[in-house]
Design a protein around this ligand. Sequence first.
Ligand code: NA7
Length: 848
Amino acid sequence: MADLDVVVVGAGFAGIYAVHALRSAGLTVRAFEAGSGIGGTWFWNCYPGARCDVESKDYSYSFSPELEQEWSWSERYPAQPEVLRYLNHVADRFGLWPDIQLNTRVTAAIWDGEASQWTVRTDDGAERTARFCVMAAGCLSAYQVPAFRGLESFRGPWYHTSRWPREGVDFTGLQVGLVGTGSTGIQVAPEIAEVAQHLYVFQRTANFAVPNRNAPVDPNVERALKAGYRQYREQARASMLGVPVEGTGRPALAEPAAELQRTYMERWQAGGGMPFLGAYTDVLVDRAANDTVAEFIRDRIRETVRDPAVAELLCPTTYPVGAKRLCQSDDYFAMYNRPNVTLVDVRSDPIAEVTPEGLRTADGFYALDALVFATGFDAMTGALARIDIRGADGLPLTEKWAAGPRAYLGVATAGFPNMFIVTGPGSPSVLSNMVVSIEQHVEWIRDCVEYAVSHGYSQVEATSEAEKAWGEHVIEVAYSTLFPMADSWYVGANIPGKPRVFSPYIGGVGTYRARCDEVASAGYEGFVLTVSLADCRRLAVSVSVNPQAQQVLDGRAEAGVPPTWEQTPEEARAGFAPVREMIGPGPDVASVRDIVIPGTAGGIPARVYSPVANPPGTVVYYHGGGWVLGSVDDWDACVRALAVASGCDVVSVDYRLAPEHVFPAATDDAYDALVWVAAEMAGDRPLAVAGDSAGGNLAAVSALRARDSGGPALALQVLIYPVTDHDLDRESYRKYDGREFILNKGDMAWFWDHYAPDPAARSNPYASPLRATDLSGLPPAFVLTAEHDPLRDEGYAYADRLRAAKVPVEHRHYGSQIHGFFTLVNVIDDADKAAAESGAAIRAAMEG
Ligand code: NA7
C-alpha cells in the first residue's frame, strides 16, 4: 500500500493550492519544498525591487471567496514580501502546514508499474510511496548562471537574483556589475543604482518595458472590486491571458495613426503590459502591427533617456514586442540618467571572462567589487530535469524530452502514469496570469484523480497519440503568432544546447480551459485509465468522510462514547437509546404489528411492516449489532424506510443475541424465521432476505442454508456492509484499527469473541459464508459497502466470490460513508438514498 495518495513536489502557488485542493478531496497529501519557507518563486526571488508584474487583484487565488474578501493588498503591483505574506496567510488560514515539509528537496521519483505507485526520494534520505505525483516545481525555478570563464576566481561576492541572501546585500559604495536585463534585471538595477558607487549594466539584448504606474490600492476601488469579484474571476478564467483585458477589438493596421497613438498613450499612462499587448487584435500576429507598438515604446525610451546613444542601445529592435516577456518598470530607463550608471553593450563587445578584479569584455575591462546575475532560468523543464524522474520501464523523463518537452495538455506525459505537471510545457502557463492557470490545472488534476479513484482506476496515463496531436496543435498555434521570432526562454534559446521548442500554449486561457473540460467530460479522452479494482482496494485509497457522517462521529467523540470493545454487552446495548433518539421516528407505514414466530428453540419476536395492501413480495430483515447488540426497536426507522422504498412487507426479526446465546443460535433463529415467513406469510409472493452488518451475515447465511437444505426460494439477498468472514487481517481492518469510525477492528474482534467463542466455529460457512466452498446457485445479491468501514473489504470479497460463482450481483459502494450509516435515516441523507436503492433493487427482484 502506498504511504500517500499524492506527493506534491514544491510549495509555491501551485503546490500550496494542490495540497489544499487534494486534501479537501479526502486524499492524503504531502508536499516537499526545498526552501526553508513556502512560496517557490516568491520565496527565492527576494532581491531588492522584486515585484509581480501582474496586478495584485489578478495575481491571487480565486478558489475561496472568503479568502479574497478577507485579504487586502496594499499596492497595485505587489512587492515580493507582500506576495510571500499572502501565501503564508493562505497556508495558515487553510491549515496546510502539517502537509508541507520544508527544507526537503525531491531528488527522484520512480514509477513502480506493478504496485501502481511512485517512489519519491528526498535529499534527507527518506523514501515515500504515493499513488500520484503532482509536479508543482515551477516554470521558472531552475536558475541559470552562465558559465563565464574565470568566475570562480572573482574576489568579490556574486549573486544570482533567484538565490538572493535572505538577510539582504549592502552595495553601498561598491562598484557593481549586473548581467541580464530581463524582467528581473530591470527591477533590481534601479535598486542597486540607488546605493552603489557605480553600477555597470551588461546588456546583451535590449528589452521592451512599459510603466507599472504602481500605487497604493484605493480602498474605494477595492470595495467595488470585491463586490463583483466573482464575476471578475469568471471573466479572468474565460480570458486570453488570465486577466480581463479590454481591447479595442480592432486591428492596429486599420486604425488611423493619431487614434493609434492615443490608444497607446492612454495605456502607457495607465500602466501595465497586458493592456498594451491586448490593445489591438493583430499586435501579436502581424509584424507591421507589432511595429506600431514597438516604435511607440522606443519613442518613450528616447524621450526618457537623455544620452541619445544610450537610448538607442536600450531600444529593442531585433524581435517583436511581446515575443519576449514585456517588462514593466517605473524607473528603469530613467535610471540611465544617473551619473553612476553605465550601460555596457555585450552584444557588440561580448563578455570574455571574469577576473579576480572584475569583468573583461572583448574590448574593455570593468573593475568590480560585486557581481549580480539576473540571467534567468532553465524555464518550463529545468526544474523537472533536475529530478531523477523515471516512468514506465525506467525511462528517464530527460531522455523522453531530449528533443523537447511533450505533454498532453501540458499536464501529463505518456509513459509517466499518475504523474501530473502543474502548468507544464504545452499549457498556457507563463503566457498567462500564472495563478489563474495554476488553479485551473490543480482543479483539473484533482478532478482527474478523484475520477480515477472513485471509478476504481489505478493508473491514468496520457496516450502518445493524444500527446503528439496536442504538441502539434501547440506549435501550430505558436507559429501563427510572432512569439517564436524571439530568442526567448519561451523557446529555450537562453540555455546553451537546449532544443528550440516553443513550450507554452498561446491559444488562450479560456480556450484551453474549455478543451481541458471537454477532455474530462468525455471520461478523460486521450488518457488510458487502467481498471484494476483489486489494486484500488489493495492500495486503500482514502476518500473524504461524508460531512453528515463526520458530524455523527464528532458527536460521538464529544459525548465520549467509548469503543464497543471497552464496554460490557449490557452497556453497549444501552448505548442504542441515544442513537434512537437522534434518529427519531422513521417514515409512516400503513400497518405495523408485532408477532412471535415459533422457532425450534422457542418464540422469535418479530415486527411486520406492511406499507401497502397488496405488496409484490416479502422481505425478512435481520438487524446489525455484531450478533450481540441491537433489536427490532433499535432498527425501526431504517426498516420502515426500506419497507416504504421497496413497497414490500418487511419482517424484522429479533433473533437471540450473544454472549447469552452463542453461534449458531442467531443463525438458527434467522433461518427458522425465514422458513416460517415463507410458509405462513409470503404465500405465492416472492421472498427476499436482507440485513446489515451482522444482520447482513445472517441474511447471507440464511440464503446459503436455504440453498443447502432445499429451503425457501429467494428472489434476492440484500447484504448491507455484511460480515462475511472472521479473518480480520484485511486492509480495511488495518485502516480502521484503533480509529473510531463507529466500528473498528477491536470492536469486531470483541463481537466474534462473544458470538463464536470457539475459534473453530468461526470458519463454519454459516458463520463466515465467504468460506463456503461453493457459492453457486445462490439468489441474486444486492451488496452495499461503505468506504470507512472495517467490513468494506469482506463485502467486496463476498461480491467478487458471488460473481465468480455466476450469481448476479449489484454492488453499490458508498465512497464517503461510515459503517452503520444505513440505519441513520433522518441523520445522514445517504441512508435514505441507500434505503431507496435497496428498496428499488428489492422491488425489481420481486417484480421481475
Ligand atoms: P530572463 O528574462 O531570461 O532574462 C535573463 C537576462 O539575462 C536576459 O537579459 C539575457 O540576455 C541575460 N543573459 C543570460 N545569459 C547571458 C549571458 N551569458 N551573457 C549576457 N547576458 C545573459 O530572466 P528574468 O529573471 O529577467 O525573467 C524571467 C521571468 O521571470 C520573466 O519573464 C517574468 O516572467 C518573471 P538575452 O535576452 O538572452 O540576450
